[in-house]
Structures are given as structure tokens and as C-alpha cells.
Design a protein around this ligand. Structure first.
Ligand SMILES: C[S@@+](CC[C@H](N)C(=O)[O-])C[C@H]1O[C@@H](n2cnc3c(N)ncnc32)[C@H](O)[C@@H]1O
Length: 215
């Protein structure tokens, strides 16, 4: 199964779970797996593990591809902490902390932000030179905070032309586009700049198509 099929299948699976209202979108899961593949990501931090839709997808991808990926995450909510045990197939591989500042002496290739963390300002301490940051959905305040911390970063809002699935959580409107994400390269390599540029062009074109379809 390739990463696209895995994200479609796993998103659908998570939509059936209790508390699925806040899970990451299918497009976000697919984008994260694509980034992991493209940039050979080996260790990941997710702020806001929730009920585990992203972590479960990544750990399954890691198993399918026979690729070692270390997965760290933060979560405080008791319901979510219990759900992770039930929902995440390779739960024993998850390293869970209550919040960012409890993590010591670790730096990550990819940091996924899908929850509130009062210590977000210390994120720099967890970044390598070329860490990639992916913010699920719009999360305007967090995106602005990150861009302030990394003023020289390359940033793109990635979007899709796919619409919500009928089984999407909360009876989502199937006329609405699936939510996107904010992709930030804090100090990009040449390959990262090419990827970022490509995504910028894609977002520009997709926005034009969206506007054209409304008319
Ligand atoms: C957007 S959610 C994170 C979703 C997660 N990345 C996933 O895909 O499952 C952000 C935060 O909301 C809280 N949360 C998520 N689902 C919840 C639920 N069903 N009940 C209570 N809190 C929830 C958790 O603390 C979580 O960290």
C-alpha cells in the first residue's frame, strides 16, 4: 500500500472512532507521509497527539516501508491518552509527554503542530538546522508565532481540491474542501527550496481553480 492509499484508509478508520471530531484531515495525513518520504525523516515530534490519527498512520507507514522512525508526542487529555492505547497499532513505539518542556535533549527532523502548547516559544530548542514544521489546518496564531521565531523560513499554505468525504467526522459538508496545512522549512536545503517552490505554485493554481469553480 502506498502512502496515499494508507492515508485514505486510515483516515476513514479513525472517523469511526469515538472523539474523532478533531482528528487531522486526510490531506494532512497524506501530506505528512509525503514529507517523511521525500526528506527521509527519521524522528518526529507531534504537539497534540489527540486520538492518534497521525501517529498511527506514520507508525504504520514506517512498518510498511521497513523504515525506522522514532515518534514522540505530547498529550494531556485523559480521554485522548486512553484512546491512543486503543487506536494506535504500534502504541508501544509512541513516546508520550505531557507537554513540550518535559522533553529534554532531543531535536527532531519533523515537528507537527496539531494542538495547543503553552511552551511553543521554546520550540527552537527542539529543532535541528533543517527541521520541517507542519501545522495542521489553519491555526493562524500558531503559524504567526512560528514565523516570528524563524523569520528566515520558507512558508507555504498547502491546500487540496478534494472535498470532504461523507464519512468525515461531525457530518462534514461534502461541498467543502478538505482542510490544508501550513508547511514551514526553517532553514531549507536546495531540495527543500525546490519542494517549497513547487508547493507554492500548486497552491496558487488550486486557489485559482477554487475561485473559478465558485463563479
Ligand atoms: C486537533 S486535536 C489533535 C488531533 C490529533 N493530531 C489526531 O489526529 O488525532 C488537538 C487537541 O485537542 C484535544 N482533543 C482532541 N480530541 C479530543 C476529544 N475527543 N476530547 C477531548 N479533547 C480532545 C487533545 O488534547 C488534542 O491534543
Amino acid at each position: 500500500m502506498n502512502y496515499k492509499e494508507l492515508s485514505v484508509q486510515n483516515y476513514k478508520r479513525f472517523c469511526e472512532f469515538e472523539g474523532s471530531d478533531y482528528i487531522a484531515s486526510e490531506f494532512a495525513i497524506e501530506s505528512i507521509l509525503k514529507i517523511i518520504q521525500k526528506f527521509d525523516v527519521k524522528n518526529i515530534l507531534e504537539l497534540g497527539l489527540g486520538i492518534g490519527s497521525i501517529s498511527d498512520s506514520v507508525l504504520k507507514y514506517s512498518k510498511n516501508e521497513n523504515k525506522k522512525i522514532e515518534y514522540f508526542g505530547t498529550e494531556q487529555n485523559d480521554f485522548c491518552l486512553n484512546s491512543l492505547k486503543k487506536n494506535v497499532a504500534y502504541y508501544e513505539k509512541l513516546k508520550i509527554y505531557s507537554d513540550l518542556n518535559k522533553i529534554e535533549n532531543l531535536k527532531f527532523d519533523l515537528i507537527i503542530i496539531d494542538g495547543y502548547d503553552k511552551n511553543l516559544n521554546s520550540i527552537k530548542n527542539y529543532c535541528k538546522k533543517q527541521t520541517i514544521i507542519f501545522i495542521e489546518g489553519a491555526r493562524k496564531n500558531q503559524t504567526e508565532a512560528i514565523l516570528k521565531i524563524f523569520p528566515k523560513s520558507r512558508y507555504v499554505n498547502i491546500i487540496t481540491l478534494k472535498k470532504n468525504k461523507p464519512y468525515a467526522h461531525g457530518g462534514s459538508n461534502t461541498n467543502h474542501y478538505i482542510g490544508g496545512g501550513q508547511l514551514i522549512f526553517i532553514e531549507p536545503s536546495f531540495r527543500m527550496i525546490l519542494f517549497w517552490f513547487n508547493q507554492k505554485v500548486l497552491t496558487f493554481i488550486k486557489n485559482k481553480i477554487r475561485i473559478y469553480k465558485i463563479k
